[in-house]
Every structure is written in structure tokens, then in C-alpha cells.
Design a protein around this ligand. Structure first.
Ligand code: ADE
Length: 245
């Protein structure tokens, strides 16, 4: 899977995303992560990419031209590689978008290419957004200084679902949110730490009993910590086929 990030700060996203698990996955070739510097596409001779907003107001706005040209050049390269006319999805990361969740990560992980458009300053000229963006996505109800961190968050969540990225293929299946429940508690050595014992059942070797215990723990934890998820889970069990987030 190929991730492309349209940004004014390519070094920020490349540094962050080529570290640890995603860095290893990129080296193995399971994913690729590319940053395109929007400034490289400005026609302004001083390299300017922003200007004042019509109608007044504080702050500067990213202009349409460099964003459009950067995006079109990228779409052409992707189309040439894929040998198709169909354009890749362009995700504009913005607090005005739909709130990102695990289900969206799962759905996006099926794409061959994803383009993330990162805004800065007061945002991006509306006209170019109308022409190039397919999805408006937020990572939560708070405002950050730019789209780079949200793009990195989403790419991390999506990339780890791409086959081959995680070592242990189990871990994406059993973890929190996979089936709409929070994950059960986990323990490693030693058996007693600070006087606290690992639950006896986990030492029993009885896998069926362990699974049962873990499921009960997941249910209890979800009910206590995330009653919203718990209700959705229970409702979906009553209506077979209804999907979780
Ligand atoms: N840009 C600034 N804040 C953001 C947020 N919460 N989500 C996505 N993009 C953003």
C-alpha cells in the first residue's frame, strides 16, 4: 500500500513515519510512504504558498494553485503506475471532517494508494478543496496547528492493518476495537510483582478457560470504561449482521 502526503513539512512526516514498525514495513516493501512538498509547486517566484483571506480575518490561507498542481502531479504519477484513469482518494485532514475510527482505518487499508492533504495556517482555499478532496477526516474535537500530526496518526492506524506490517498476525485480530470491545488485561513474567499475582487461570494451560476468562474481562472492561461501545456491541449481538464501528 502506498501513502502519499501533501505537506509544507515533508521532513516532519517522513521522520515520524519511518521509525519503528512502519519504518521496518517500508524497508520490507509492505508499504511506501512519500511526502510531496507543496511549496515545490508554487508558481510564485519567492516560493510563497499562502496569502490573506478575502473578507478579512486573522491569519493566512494556503492558496489553491500550489495545492492543486502538487495534487494533480501526484495523481498523474499514481495513475501511470497503476495504468488506470481512476484517481486515488484524497483525504483532507481537518477538524471539520468525520471523526476517524477503527472501522475507517479498516476500510481505508483496502486502498492501493491514499493521498493525505495537510493544511496549515488558517486552512486551504475552499475552491481547490472542492476540486480535489474525496474525504474530510478529523482525529477528534480539538484543533492542532496543522494536518501533519493527524495524517501521521491515521497512517499509523491504517498501515498496521496492511498484511505483513505487524509481525504477529494475531495482534491485529485480538486487540482493542477489533470486535467492538476493549482488550482484556495482559501479564508477563514474573508471576508475582509488587505482591500482585498473575490471575491463576492464565497459568492453567486450559485454553478454552483462558478464552472464556478473557472474553468476560473484555466485556466487563468495556461496560465500565466505554459504556457507549458496550451498548453498541450488545445491540449488534441482538441484530445479527449489524456491523461494529
Ligand atoms: N487539523 C487541525 N486539527 C485537526 C484535527 N483535530 N483533526 C484533523 N486535522 C486537523
Amino acid at each position: 500500500m502506498h501513502f502519499h502526503i501533501l505537506t509544507l513539512f515533508p521532513e516532519m512526516v517522513l521522520q515520524g513515519l519511518h521509525t519503528s514498525i512502519l519504518g521496518r514495513a517500508a524497508e520490507k516493501g509492505c508499504i511506501s510512504i512519500e511526502a510531496v512538498n507543496i511549496r515545490d509547486y508554487t508558481l510564485d517566484k519567492h516560493g510563497k504558498v499562502d496569502d490573506y483571506t478575502y473578507g478579512g480575518g486573522a491569519g493566512m490561507l494556503m492558496q489553491a494553485q500550489p495545492v492543486y498542481d502538487a495534487c494533480m502531479a501526484l495523481q498523474s504519477r499514481i495513475a501511470a503506475r497503476r495504468q488506470t484513469e481512476s484517481a486515488a482518494r484524497v483525504i483532507y485532514v481537518t477538524p471539520q471532517g468525520r471523526t476517524f475510527h477503527q472501522g475507517m482505518a479498516r476500510e481505508m487499508a483496502r486502498e492501493e494508494d491514499l493521498i493525505f492533504l495537510c493544511g496549515h495556517y488558517e486552512g486551504i482555499d475552499e475552491r481547490v478543496l472542492e476540486e480535489v478532496v474525496t474525504d474530510y477526516v478529523s482525529i477528534g474535537d480539538y484543533v492542532l496547528t496543522g494536518g501533519e500530526l493527524p495524517a501521521m496518526v491515521m497512517i499509523d492506524a491504517i498501515a498496521r492493518l496492511v498484511p505483513g506490517v505487524l509481525h504477529n498476525s494475531e495482534s491485529a485480530l485480538t486487540e482493542t476495537f477489533h470486535d467492538g470491545l476493549l482488550e482484556y488485561p495482559q501479564y508477563s513474567r514474573p508471576e508475582i510483582w509488587h505482591g500482585r499475582r498473575v490471575p491463576e487461570i492464565l497459568l492453567s494451560g486450559d485454553h478454552a478457560k483462558v478464552d472464556e476468562w478473557r472474553y468476560a474481562q473484555s466485556l466487563e472492561r468495556t461496560k465500565r470504561l466505554r459504556p457507549d461501545l458496550y451498548e453498541a456491541y450488545m445491540a449488534a449481538r441482538e441484530v445479527p449482521g449489524k456491523d461494529h464501528k
